[in-house]
Design a protein around this ligand. Sequence first.
Ligand SMILES: [Zn+2]
Length: 716
Amino acid sequence: MKKTILSAFGVVAFAACAISQTTGNWCGSDHIIQKQIEADPNFQSVLHTSMMNAAQSRTEEGGARATLVVPVVFHIIHDNGTGNVSDAQIQDALDELNIDYNRWNPDTTSTRNTAQAPFSPQAGGMDIEFKLAKIDPSGQCTNGILRINAPSLTYDAGEDCKQTNLGGSDQWAKNKYFNIWIVNSINNNGGAGITLGYAYLPYGGGGGDGYGILMRHDWLGTIGTAAGGDGATLTHEMGHSLGLSHIFNAPWGSSDGCHTNDCSSNGDYCCDTPPQEVPNFSCNSTWNSCSSVPSGDTYGFDTYDQIENYMSYNSCQNMFSGDQVNIMEFNFTNISFLASIVSGGNTVATGVNLPDVLCKAQFSGNQLSICAGETVTFSDESYNTVNGWTWTFTGGTPSTSTDQNPTIQYNAQGVYEVTLTATDGSNNDTETKTAYIRVLPEPSILPFIESFESYSTLNGIDEWEVYNPGGNGYDIYTGTGYTGNQCAKLTNFGQSAGNSDELISSPIDLTGITSEVTLSFRYAYHKRYESNDEWLKVFISDDCGGAWAQRKTIHGTQLSALFQNSSWTPSAQWDWTTIHMINVTSAFWTDKFRVKFEFESDGGNNFFLDDINIYTGPPSETIVVGLNEADFQLEAVSVYPNPTDNELNVRFTVPNAVKTDILVQDVTGKIIQTSSIVAGAGSNWIMMNTSEMASGMYFLKVQVGDAHKTVQFVVK
Ligand SMILES: [Zn+2]
């Protein structure tokens, strides 16, 4: 496959995003560079000039300079799962990085020096050391590792991770620290492959506040969640950050990776990395994708591909070339923020050469909201060296511990404080977290009926928990509601895109259910702009919130097609949509059931919730009053997807709240499923579980009194 030409005169030399349509493990750097070029047409010539200058500088290697010391900060964006990698894994990754950059790697002997692959004499290393920062930007001690619990950012991750105001973590000044963000997975821009990491080149400002590496935890280093790996992904991405391109890049103005253009002003700007036509993942030592020889080529004949190169995609990487080292050395002198990072003054300012002493006691718990009788495991995160721990747990059993990572049981509802005093033998520090562990009340019994009429706020109440990482959270709104005069409102108008807010119930006892349960709720929402794509996700848990299963996702125009540029509030029952979920399957019928409403903002408008009801199967007249079958007019009934496999969405509209029967019949007319719900005035939406139905055609009948409508659907 040849690389894609992106525009008539702005031809991109980097492997274009289109390539990532293929499966495989990919680097996302070319995509981010392409976006920079699209945003600023001048950027391409800045890149070209910068890379050519670096490549042609011919810096003398091995000069009498001191070791370059690079202070590093890691931002671990996690969801309290395995992606919250250990300090040991992070240090291991830095150790591997130092080994690769200094060419201390044990597999240097694998760098070929054969007639058609005479690469070993051209391989180079730098005198450089990457070290965790010990003083943070405000002058306080640090271990160079920030841990940010951001479940909505760590999957399918991108630049949002790098913004504190979106729940992520801001870059520490790039002229003092090298920033590395670690996530669970990375947005692959619609491709079929997996993106392992990406980084900005340092040229033209280096992507500003985005400069640094973003990569997956399971490719970080060689231990922990990356056990069995070789750590080379970080080495590769660091190569980009320090100014290197992929060795398979085509020259500017060309789509041909097998070029003959001058190698010091084209392709990857290196003359000792032979042209490679396209990325290649294997480790075939006779691979030779190009027969071309660029002018100025170090070897002067058609060599094999340099599959050893860290800037390839091949799986047997073990070398940088001398030209690549030269470019990186040049940039540490000539790009001002990189020169600043390795300056002697910055070594002092970031504390990287200070001895390790205990300077901070720090800890976290694996779950902060639990049911009575459950346990929390606490992790010591103190730094920079620690050999003793004294814990106290108000309300916990046991109430004290000297273990490093104790597991504590909590038996009574309440909100509790935790204290850790850590020591290294001569220095002590204490951290206290007040109101840290929340032990939830006894479970509610069915029917669970919530119309938000009985509270003045959602903050600090037992019944609902508000997760609000930034901006505005859910709270009580007085003045309107579907039922009564109050509802829950997320003041999303004016909130930043990317913000994610949650409203989570206390435990509810579903153990008495024998056949069916319905979870219903109503929402009211308008977009702010027609282009808004905001998401409502409904999750359920059978273990008090330890694990969540996503049960419904509604977004964009599905959520609402209506928009209003000013702050919106519902004014009539007609503004509300009622959702009936009958896909709370039997695995969730425990006494630790919880439901969570997550809303992901796209800078749109306000979102309202009301009448969150959970009740056993039919009938449901006791749940809602004001039935009026006389006024009934059934509007269109739609079902989708059709054909379906696991779940069928049923939508219909009624003018008033009304008891509604929903029947599923097979082609012989036999009734195989019935549900009875109270439909709300306005649009109603029912999610039916069809996973256990046999393949074939069915009829779905929506019936009120004598009126009914029937539609056909097919189960695959
Ligand atoms: Zn790359």
